[in-house]
Ligand binder design. Structure first.
Ligand SMILES: Cc1cc2nc3c(=O)[nH]c(=O)nc-3n(C[C@H](O)[C@H](O)[C@H](O)COP(=O)(O)O)c2cc1C
Length: 232
């Protein structure tokens, strides 16, 4: 995005994403599972927090810089792992990792990312964090941990709350997949997102870079779907 000067709040970014990103990937990010109650609570709970203004205090040398797990950070915030980011925008995880590095906060790469561990290591110079879903295929999990070590990752985040995949109604209705299936509805929707399409044509990264070609028997999208259902 070239002109950020008119982006004044997160809602502006949400609208830009809704305009530019294909419906199935936009909905994946902007929705929750089942009744979406937790999704709504995430926002309403934060809305209730009020910041207390302090007056008549020395405000020189204000800084949010601190340490997180031994690493210096510009502010105590990290980019959380999100699946499918490289489908929101071409090479999305690489862009996010580079932006985090430039700003000075940690970036976490999801197991379910489009760009691989090695892609991020090649395109950044600081260690990043890797998020791991602990799956039934222990050889694959051990291999992922080794790949994260080889890429100099400085933290391993274990996600423990995905015993079963939550039912996400919009993902089912949209037929969420990477890359999108060429149904009529998807093709019509993609035609309204020319910049997304052009950028996607310019990258090779269209599937799950940490899985396809690494997990046993997962060489393409159809075998990936069957593997994911068995794996969690
Ligand atoms: C679109 C989306 C995708 C996510 N993908 C993953 C994932 O692949 N792995 C994971 O451990 N957590 C994933 N999460 C959870 C986030 O990492 C994070 O823990 C959660 O959103 C809570 O943080 P927040 O309040 O800042 O959103 C995802 C969340 C969102 C919204």
């Amino acid at each position: 995005m070239k002109n950020l000067s008119k982006i004044t709040e997160i809602e502006d970014l949400r609208r830009v994403a809704e305009r530019k990103v294909p419906r199935m990937f936009y909905d994946y990010v902007d929705s929750g599972s089942w009744t979406e109650t937790t999704y709504r609570s995430n926002e309403t709970d934060f809305d209730r927090i009020k910041l207390r203004q302090r007056v008549l205090v020395d405000m020189d040398n204000r800084s949010l810089a601190t340490h997180m797990i031994g690493e210096e950070v510009k502010m105590p915030v990290a980019i959380a792992p999100t699946g499918f980011t490289g489908m929101m925008w071409a090479d999305g995880e690489i862009h996010a990792a580079q932006a985090a590095e430039k700003f000075g906060i940690p970036f976490s790469l999801s197991t379910m990312s489009i760009c691989s561990i090695e892609d991020i290591a090649t395109h950044t110079s600081k260690p990043f964090w890797f998020q791991l879903y602990v799956m039934r295929d222990h050889d694959y999990v051990a291999n992922l941990i080794q790949r994260a070590k080889d890429a100099n990752c400085s933290a391993l985040i274990l996600t423990a709350d995905l015993q079963v995949l939550g039912q996400r109604h919009k993902d089912i209705k949209n037929g969420l997949s990477a890359p999108p299936r060429p149904t009529l509805a998807n093709i019509v929707n993609l035609m309204t997102k020319p910049q997304w399409c052009m950028n996607m044509l310019g990258t090779k990264r269209h599937s799950f870079g940490n899985i396809v070609g690494h997990a046993k028997g997962v060489d393409d999208l159809s075998s990936l779907t069957a593997w994911t259902e068995r794996a969690v």
